[in-house]
Design a protein around this ligand. Structure first.
Ligand code: 13P
Length: 250
């Protein structure tokens, strides 16, 4: 049985007081009998403060990015062990905004993924097609290529520490959600890819989140699909009550 993971990707939003207050509100509002694991991913400068706010609670902390080197002359970058140091459990890698706006390649994502795993972080690896790719019938190919490129050299045992996130680019921040059927079709494909690449045990163990305009009113239907194991939430994760409603839907 896979425990769903509901993670809030705060992106480049909020300032310190709001970030800490949001983390505290999620911590305090989380029901004891919640059926999902919960994580928040604040901007990196607030990781420490947010981690302190949720310490000892069921809320985990994740970073939104990292660099693959362990240390050294890489001005402005953060290593996996630094993220561990401030209490991160997760790190989002290969988000479409990093791929499309900041030019990250599958090879970049792969290097980061291997470094994250070596440091004991659980990477949340994002894959997903653009609208033009979907309309050209290339969704399966794009996801396939991103999967194999990003997870090159990852063993079956390591793969169970990885969370995949299917985030169709056209559904991010647009209010356009993939229908539960559209999302489930890609999630089922990803499960099959995991089985082909690894084995059925690994494929059954890996969690695959959906992301892209997940809101309290569409979460239950998306999360009820057999291969959707949680959500990576952007906009709706910035309001404690909306985020907690999505957790409750899981
Ligand atoms: P929205 O929920 O704002 O569409 O963002 C999704 C996302 O990119 C999460 O990583």
């Amino acid at each position: 049985m896979r425990t769903p993971l509901i993670a809030g990707n705060w992106k480049m939003n909020l300032h310190r007081p709001e970030a800490v207050a949001l983390a505290e509100a999620i911590r305090d509002g989380l029901k004891k009998d919640a059926q999902a694991e919960v994580a928040v991913c604040p901007p990196s400068v607030y990781l420490d403060g947010v981690a302190q706010a949720v310490r000892g609670s069921a809320v985990a902390v994740g970073a939104q990015n990292m660099y693959h080197e362990a240390n050294g002359a890489f001005t402005g970058e953060l290593s996996a062990s630094m993220l561990k140091d401030v209490g991160c459990k997760y790190v989002i890698l290969g988000h479409s905004e990093r791929r499309h706006i900041l030019g990250e390649t599958n090879q970049d994502v792969n290097r980061k993924l291997l470094a994250a795993l070596a440091a004991g972080l659980s990477p949340i690896v994002c894959v997903g097609e653009t609208l033009a790719q979907r309309e050209a019938g290339q969704t399966a190919d794009v996801v396939w290529e991103q999967f194999f490129g990003s997870l090159a050299g990852v063993s079956a045992e390591q793969a169970t520490q990885v969370v995949l996130a299917y985030e169709p680019v056209w559904a991010i921040g647009t209010g356009k959600t993939a229908t539960p059927e559209q999302a489930e079709a890609v999630h089922a494909d990803l499960r099959k890819i995991l089985e082909v690449r690894y084995n059925s045990q690994t494929a059954q163990a890996v969690r695959i989140q959906y992301g892209g305009s997940v809101k309290p009113d569409n979460a239950a239907e998306l999360l009820s699909q057999p291969n959707i194991d949680g959500a990576l939430v952007g906009g709706a994760s910035l309001k404690a009550e909306q985020f907690l409603a999505i957790v409750a839907a899981a």
